[in-house]
Design a protein around this ligand. Structure first.
Ligand code: CO
Ligand code: CO
Ligand code: CO
Length: 328
């Protein structure tokens, strides 16, 4: 669902009876819940599932699982256990399709060093797949989206533009090589980014998924009480994303995201329509966006886990106005 509809529904929930051991609840729009079990151990809980974004069932399974576990990495944790969540039109599609989706997911779970312990599948009009994930983190090492400080650099660990590529794919207009590249990026675990940020020490982190770069950046700015500045020309794009964006292959989610988040975004200068919309393009399974003290930026970019993935400095944290993203 788009952010506008979701906000309508979620405002009816109240967080009453908060427990002091609930370190991160849902009220800061963070990636996962974090609950302290002991002085040296906290649980991370998160769930994510969606409809297919690519044609190959195995690839879809990998992407959905990588995305679900990404919220654990975004909190600085390590996935421990996973449960499959699936919907499938059993009478309409061959069961081998579901088997391939689950195989893709299981391979990713294993790659993450986590354990698949069960799941739940329902009849559904179209396939859906994802995971509920339990992860672990030291309570003192939780990385929230609320710790960004003025002067921090903003580092992004994966290119954006997957929504444009998968929309073009559905219309048979995406070059196969570009699709392959997008699948590889979306299926890549955010484990390396999580390890690097734990070693170097960052102030805040979130992952870039359905609410796209500016939406997730806005959540970080709001939760941290700071402003952010993003340089549009420093944001890495997937191959062919700009060309396909210029031809108008945007998913409906990009327009919904822009409608909802535009009031929090200030453009320093008008951007070409397609370039602006790209910043609102749902990424499905994107990278980590980190706010890192500028004295540690070089160490983060050169961290052995991360350096080969070409992380990019895309902007910085400003004093204010709080919750506002300036796009240069
Ligand atoms: Co997230
Ligand atoms: Co999520
Ligand atoms: Co039961």
């Amino acid at each position: 669902m788009g952010p506008e509809d979701l906000a309508q529904v979620l405002r009816h929930l109240t967080c009453t009876g908060l427990d002091p051991d609930l370190l991160v609840g849902w009220n800061t729009g963070d990636d996962a819940g974090v609950y302290r079990l002991r002085e040296d151990l906290a649980l991370i809980l998160t769930v994510d599932y969606f409809t297919p974004v690519v044609d190959e069932p195995y690839d879809f399974g990998q992407i959905a699982a990588a995305n679900a576990m990404s919220d654990v990495y975004a909190m600085g944790g390590q996935p421990l256990l996973a449960l499959n969540l699936a919907g499938f039109p059993a009478g309409k599609l061959n069961l081998s399709v579901l088997a391939e989706i689950l195989r893709g997911g299981e391979d990713k779970i294993r790659e993450a060093g986590a354990l698949l312990v069960g799941g739940h599948t329902v009849e559904d009009a179209e396939p859906k797949y994802g995971l509920a994930v339990v992860g672990l983190v030291h309570p003192g090492r939780v990385v929230t989206n609320a710790g960004a400080r003025p002067g921090d650099d903003l580092v992004l660990t994966k290119p954006i533009g997957a929504g444009v590529l998968t929309t073009a794919l559905k219309k048979d207009e995406a070059p196969p090589q570009a699709v392959e590249g997008a699948v590889r990026v979306m299926a890549t675990l955010n484990a390396a980014g999580a390890q690097a940020m734990q070693r170097v020490g960052v102030n805040a982190c979130t992952d870039i998924t359905g609410f796209e770069l500016l939406g997730h950046a806005r959540e970080m700015a709001r939760a941290s009480g700071v402003g952010l500045e993003i340089r549009a020309d420093s944001v890495p794009l997937l191959k062919e994303a700009e060309e396909l964006a210029a031809r108008g292959f945007f998913p409906g989610g990009a327009h919904k995201n822009r409608a909802y988040f535009a009031p929090y975004v200030e453009l320093a200068r008008p951007l070409a329509e397609h370039l602006e919309l790209l910043l609102f393009d749902p990424m499905t399974s994107g990278g980590l966006l980190m706010a890192v003290p500028s004295s540690r930026t070089a160490a983060l970019l050169e961290a052995p886990e991360l350096s080969t993935r070409r992380p990019a400095v895309i902007g910085r944290v400003r004093e204010g106005p709080a919750g506002i993203i300036k796009v240069l």
